[in-house]
Design a binder for this molecule. Structure first.
Ligand code: PBG
Length: 333
């Protein structure tokens, strides 16, 4: 090396592969694809309902008759899967609307399968949208405790109801112990031995679900969900939750939320071979939207970066309220 040469060793210069767009594309480790995105849908009871959700701009509660337009849009964008939540008119103590064959979700499943048999339809299985108190299970009077073992057979009934309607995957999200095995047995007993379970295996009691609870009208009327959802401080416990769900027969795994649990996504990917989905939740979307509205962030870049990070961490599929917009941005890129 001559005296005036750079002191850097010339054999170790990562910038070499950043010099042009072609080089950068060539060495890119992670790519987003429209098939990665799962689009959430909030299905309202009734007719002619298209009620915008204030806290989640661009999203609306839709009644079943609105699905044809929705499906056409998803098809045009190349989005191949949806996740359904129900917004029933009547709620009760046990959340019995969750297994009502005439409820919004089973009706939506039938309609979606009629409109687009190839669209992958996933149904969230929980009671919180259907209970008057907004908790994810049956509540013991006075004490306010959500009773695990009385809740899990009800989740089984809901899963069977969606299976009967023709759903492709059931996704239990109530965070009750033993919910996966209870649902597996209920499905098997009803003849649905082939119905896959996508378990919300590691789900934190997160402040980032706030906007969703407004959308799904499922805010608990008392207390919170910390006695059944996980403490966001815990990662080892997340692996234990995932292991239990795998042992109980989960076919696919989910980590939720995504952006504040990238370490958990990474660890689940490293420890388990199952397909892995991450849920970029309502609060993650709302934060980006709000900052973008104020001009504080470049929305397409920030949103795609957030999705890329989730994929880089190890998730193969992402439930995201950005599904449609991200599909458009990717198509333009
Ligand atoms: C139902 C459920 C929730 C979410 C998905 N399924 C609410 C909750 O656990 O309180 C949140 C999704 C989001 O914030 O986008 N249990």
């Amino acid at each position: 090396m001559s005296d005036d040469a750079s002191p850097l060793l010339s054999h170790d210069r990562p910038r070499r592969t950043r010099r042009s767009a072609a080089l950068r594309a060539f060495v890119r480790e992670t790519d987003l694809h429209v098939r990665d995105f799962i689009h959430p849908l909030f299905i309202a009871e009734g007719n002619g309902v298209r009620k915008p959700i204030d806290t989640m701009p661009g999203h609306a509660q839709l009644s079943v008759d609105q699905l044809a337009a929705e499906v056409a849009e998803l098809k045009a964008l190349g989005i191949t899967s949806v996740l359904l939540f129900g917004i029933p008119k009547r709620k009760d103590d046990t959340g019995s609307g969750a297994w009502d064959a005439k409820g919004p979700v089973p009706q939506a499943i039938r309609e979606l399968k009629r409109l687009a048999p190839e669209l992958l339809v996933i149904a969230d299985v929980c009671l919180c949208e259907y209970t008057a108190h907004g908790h994810c299970g049956v509540v013991r009077d006075q004490s306010g405790v959500v009773v695990n073992d009385e809740t899990i057979p009800l989740l089984g009934k809901a899963a069977v109801c969606y299976a009967e309607a023709g759903v492709d995957i059931v996704a239990p999200s109530a965070m009750m112990d033993g919910q996966v095995i209870a649902i597996r047995h209920a499905l098997d007993d009803a003849g649905f031995t082939d119905m896959p379970i996508l378990s919300y295996a590691a789900k934190h009691a997160s402040a980032f679900y706030g906007p969703f609870r407004g959308a799904a009208e499922s805010t608990p009327s008392f207390g919170d969900r910390r006695a059944y959802q996980m403490d966001p401080a815990n990662a080892r416990e997340a692996l234990r939750e995932v292991q239990l769900d795998v042992d109980e027969g989960a076919d696919l795994l989910m980590v939720k939320p995504a952006g504040s649990a990238l370490d958990i996504i990474h660890q689940v990917r490293a420890h388990f071979p199952h397909p892995l989905v991450a849920y970029q939740v309502s609060g993650e979307y709302a934060m980006l939207k709000a900052a973008a509205e104020r001009g504080w962030l470049d929305e397409p870049r920030a949103a795609l970066e957030s999705l890329l990070a989730i994929k880089r961490a190890g998730a193969e599929r992402i439930i995201t309220y950005y599904a449609k917009e991200a599909a458009r941005w990717l198509a333009q890129a």
